[in-house]
Ligand binder design. Sequence first.
Ligand code: GLU
Length: 494
Amino acid sequence: MKTRVRFAPSPTGALHIGGVRTALFSYLYAKKNNGVFILRIEDTDQSRYVKGSEEYIHQALDWSGLTPDEGPSVGGDFGPYRQSERKEIYKQHIDLLIKKGKAYYAFDKAERLIEARKIEEDNGKTFRYGAENRMSFENSLTLSDDVVKEKLQGDYVVRLKIDSGNEISVFDEIRGNILLDSSLLDDKILIKGDGMPTYHFASVVDDKLMEISCVIRGEEWLPSLPIHKLIYDAFEWDTPKFMHLPLILKPSGKGKLSKRDGDKDGFPVFPISWGKSSVGFRESGFLTEGFINYLALLGWNSGTEQEVFSFEELKQNFSVEGVQKGGARFDFEKAKWINHKHIDRLSPEELISLPLVKDKLKRVDSSKHLALIQLLKERLFTINDLQAEISWVSERHPYDEKVMRKLKSKSPDIILEGVSKILNECNELKKLKDLLMPWAKENEINIGLMMQCFRFALVGKLTGPDLFGVCNILGKNVSLDRIMHAISYFKQKN
Ligand code: GLU
């Protein structure tokens, strides 16, 4: 059987990283098995529809490198891939279930149901429209054919007829057998009052017709699994495989990760920005490969020590056995570390061709870009770090007063005068280090101290990238100017 896996988001807003993680695992599973990755838009709930979200889903998948083989924009042999365009298909299938006696029309008014619920709850019981009481309501099981025909002109829903007292057993690839007593279920609505199918019904019909071989989705859908099994049974269809992925937990490990956690602690929870208020991983300076690699680790491990994977390596290494049952704690520092590894893997040429990098360097002379990125790339956790990392390039950084106080009693002006002399005489900046070191030794100047004074003069603080790299980027004249400025600054402070 051909492996066919679908990602089935609802266009109800931006795609949270939990959704992208589901798409990623589905994609990897499909690719590992030489299969097909399908995008299906589940837009039957008009009340939750948010304008622009389908477009967002396409863009987010695109940036994440998870391009569907079939879907609303690419087409395919199993379309339409938007549920709102499949109404006729659901109609045919619900008619089939009604004919088989597995589903029935229900005409009960909301007030009647509220009243029935109240009576049960007042007696401390849970109200369920199902096997025990369905014969006391207004539905096609209790009314004559003529009355049903007439009532079908008005409002109605279609419910699944669930027998009580059966053990529903369904297998999940990650969690094993899931068992549920069918008496605990109500007769689930399959077609709603507005004529649209419910999630349960549309999802099962589409998974069957689209020949999905493995349904992969988040753990929050596990309670739906026994219901879906009953719908497959009602049609007498075989079930596909099921795989429910672990939740993504808050950084504290307690509870499901939400947008609010990101807002509170200042990290993104969306792949790309959604409106002005929600910044994405892309805009936070993540590379697609870094983002995807980190997401893959949220609930999966390769069984080895390896944590840094290219997209290709993920496709080769992904396996169901490596997917964990327990929730996966979100750790933004780890995400940045993984991203850092991917930034460092790229060549300076590759990095400067990225739009985000270009944007950050737009105020720097382009002849310096390559050398600058070469110098800084090992220091970047996100591309956005470039902003702070290049702050010394066009202007001298304000002097760090604390450092000034530390250095001022150690004759920094005299040391810097020596450094400036050597620099002035140096014709090739590449050789500066080889000239400075012996000079310091000969003059009994502590090398560490000399380097500190030199760094302070060039960048105003004691941290930063390789000092000779910095000097090379600034060039001889600017470096000399900055040294002179630091000398007079120290003189003034003494
Ligand atoms: N439409 C559901 C969602 O929004 C998909 C659930 C499933 O994959 O079956 O997540």
